[in-house]
Structures are given as structure tokens and as C-alpha cells.
Design a protein around this ligand. Sequence first.
Ligand code: SF4
Ligand code: SF4
Length: 86
Amino acid sequence: MAYVIGPACVADYSCLEVCPADCIRPRPDDPGFDSAEQLYIDPRSCIDCEACVSACPVGAVHEATRLPTEISGYAEHNAAWFEETA
Ligand code: SF4
Ligand code: SF4
């Protein structure tokens, strides 16, 4: 299980600053950050601490098993970002 960032993300990286597992990307100094539509959580590293949930100002972070139906594809979308950029 992991947490998932959905399309409401405004890429302000508040979550990235509180994540103890360093599993949210891209960072502001990563290539492509300026053009990133949102940030993503690496499901292989997330430790389910929920720190990102309370840090997010727009409610964009969801538990993977409780994703709203309309964004059910975002667990895969988050994981795919790391596969494509690894
Ligand atoms: S739940 Fe915790 S470990 Fe997982 S992305 Fe959020 S802050 Fe990072
Ligand atoms: S805190 Fe929320 S809006 Fe900001 S980057 Fe993280 S998921 Fe996106």
C-alpha cells in the first residue's frame, strides 16, 4: 500500500518537504520540475506515514486503496512516473 497524488496537485511541494522517506518527485532542482503537471509518490518507498496528507493544502493526496473512482488510474500514474524516469 502507498499514498497517491491526484490531479488536484498544484505542485507547491509542501508534501515533499515533510516526507521522511524521500519518495516524492520531482524535486524543485530536478530536470522537468518547472513543466511537471503534478508531483508523484514512489509506491516502492512510501512508508504510509500520512505526513503528506496533512501537509497538502488542496487535498490531493489519497490512500491508494481509497482512491475516488474518477481518479482510480492515479496509483498507476504515480508509479509509472518513476518507471519512466528511473
Ligand atoms: S505517506 Fe509518508 S512516506 Fe508516503 S509519500 Fe506521504 S509523507 Fe512520504
Ligand atoms: S502538497 Fe499537495 S499540492 Fe503540494 S505538491 Fe504535494 S500533493 Fe501537490
